[in-house]
Design a protein around this ligand. Structure first.
Ligand SMILES: *Cc1c(COP(=O)(O)O)cnc(C)c1O
Length: 340
């Protein structure tokens, strides 16, 4: 039994999901003729209170398209220093769009209204145009923390009145909603665009959807083609997405409970220096000097447990739908009995 906690992207499609994929009605999506893709795009648009959606191969692409459509070269996007768009998209902000990032240090990845207000440039020839604010919810690099809706509402109202575009990297938005009990609509309506990943906690093999206004998505379609993301009979993947929306959202809290159990176990381990509060399905912790990150990774691998080194002494574990109770017991017992 291999236990893979490197990411929630490692899940494999279930038999039922594969069956849904096999039965998908398909067409050429670049010609806008794939009925299953259209259905998925409209379903997510409706859920998030937007007019239209766009199916893309990855969450990197949905974020990068949004940045490209919302800005002009020479503009700046305001985001947290931990954000995925800045750290894990290969410098795409500058490479794809000629835009620079203004990085703010939020509270575990969460920006406040005050911070954003203070960072917006005035309209002077010599200042960079602050045209876009991008939030991430949940925040991956900050250990799966999530926003309070009222804080996003304040930022949204400010962006609207200042004519600044507002994007949400909602790769794990359903993990946040599982905790707060709020609806996708309540979040979607506050943003100009939202990126939603289907291949994280929702367990599909690939795909993310970008939602926004009809005119925004029309432009986004153009950019998707230019970025090389126009796909053909991709209803096969959209069917997995539709299946996931039906079947895999309501179970996300189980992943969070398992992550909590790992946190509780780590608190008893002598080799742990500190643990970021576990709010959803991501556990990030620091090792003290009794063991190196490299050795820790190796020792877990000897027990068939894969984890992600997230810095020299920092470890990340992510729970997901293929991580069973039996695997959880094994991980906890290996951690408790680890000799350093
Ligand atoms: C995974 C992830 C993405 C998208 O990543 P892809 O691997 O390109 O699908 C975007 N934002 C966050 C916060 C993520 O965790």
């Amino acid at each position: 039994m291999i236990i893979d906690l490197r990411s929630d992207t490692v899940t494999r499609p279930s038999k039922a999901m594969l069956e849904a994929m096999m039965n998908a009605e398909v067409g050429d999506d670049v010609f806008n003729e794939d009925p299953t893709v259209k259905k998925l795009e409209q379903k997510l648009a409706d859920m998030f209170a937007h007019e239209a959606g766009l199916f893309c191969p990855s969450g990197t692409m949905t974020n990068q398209i949004a940045i490209n459509v919302h800005t002009r070269p020479g503009d700046e996007v305001i985001c947290d220093v931990n954000s995925h768009i800045y750290n894990y998209e290969g410098g795409g902000i500058s490479k794809n769009s000629g835009v620079q990032a203004k990085l703010l240090q939020g509270d575990r990845g969460r920006l406040s209204l005050k911070q954003i207000q203070e960072s917006i440039n005035g309209d002077f020839d010599w200042l960079t145009r602050s045209t876009l604010v991008s939030l991430e919810n949940t925040v991956n690099r900050a250990g799966g923390s999530y926003y309070q809706l009222k804080d996003i509402k304040e930022i949204s109202a400010f962006c609207k009145s200042s004519k600044i575009k507002f994007h949400l990297d909602g790769a794990r938005i359903f993990n946040a909603l599982a905790e707060t009990g709020e609806s996708p609509k309540q979040y979607g309506e506050l943003f100009d665009s939202v990126s939603i990943c289907l291949s994280k906690g929702l367990g599909t093999p690939a795909g993310s959807v970008l939602v926004g206004s009809s005119s925004f998505i029309k432009e986004a379609r153009r950019v998707r083609k230019v970025f090389g993301g126009g796909m053909r009979q991709v209803g096969i993947f959209a069917a997995a997405g539709l299946f996931a929306l039906e079947n895999n959202i309501s179970r996300l809290k189980e992943d969070h409970k398992k992550a909590k159990k790992i946190e509780e176990t780590l608190k008893k381990c002598a080799f742990v220096e500190s643990i970021l509060p576990v709010d959803t399905n991501i556990v990030i912790f620091n090792l003290n000097n009794s063991i190196t990150g490299e050795l820790f990774e190796k020792k877990l691998l000897e027990n068939n447990i894969k984890i992600a080194a997230f810095g020299k002494q920092t470890i990340r574990m992510v729970t997901h739908m293929d991580f069973t109770e039996e695997m959880l017991d094994k991980v906890c017992s290996v951690l408790l009995n680890l000799n350093t």
